[in-house]
Design a protein around this ligand. Sequence first.
Ligand SMILES: [Zn+2]
Length: 76
Amino acid sequence: MYKIKLEKKCGCAKKDARTDEVLSKTFSSKEEAELEVLKFVNHANASWCKKHRFYATEEGNDMVINMELSCPNEIK
Ligand SMILES: [Zn+2]
């Protein structure tokens, strides 16, 4: 079983309902998880604050979304 994880939830991630939806999904194959994480990363890069970029890495059975640069909407 594969899951998508988010390294750090920035303000934008918290505002987007799609975040929790994607993070709660489980996938039976790695290909499905990869496809979903890529779609989500594209969505985040295109429609969130655009001050940071996201990219996915693989960690065991998880696809982890990493963040480059920090978010100005950061909730501390
Ligand atoms: Zn942001």
